[in-house]
Design a binder for this molecule. Structure first.
Ligand SMILES: [Zn+2]
Length: 53
């Protein structure tokens, strides 16, 4: 019996997430903010960006 690949499994790849390195929570990319005042430029979630000022 040949292995059948389920094509519906690849439909969920659109929901890209990013793990915030400050709170280590996985959030969607739309929640992420680039903090340009840091060098190198750092990406954090909105909550942490607020805390960082
Ligand atoms: Zn965060």
């Amino acid at each position: 019996m040949p292995a059948k690949k389920d094509k519906t499994a690849s439909l969920k790849t659109q929901d890209a997430t990013f793990t915030c390195k400050f709170c280590e929570k996985s959030k969607s990319l739309s929640e992420m903010t680039v903090i340009t005042r840091f060098f190198p430029v750092t990406v954090a979630c909105r909550e942490c960006a607020k805390k960082l000022g």
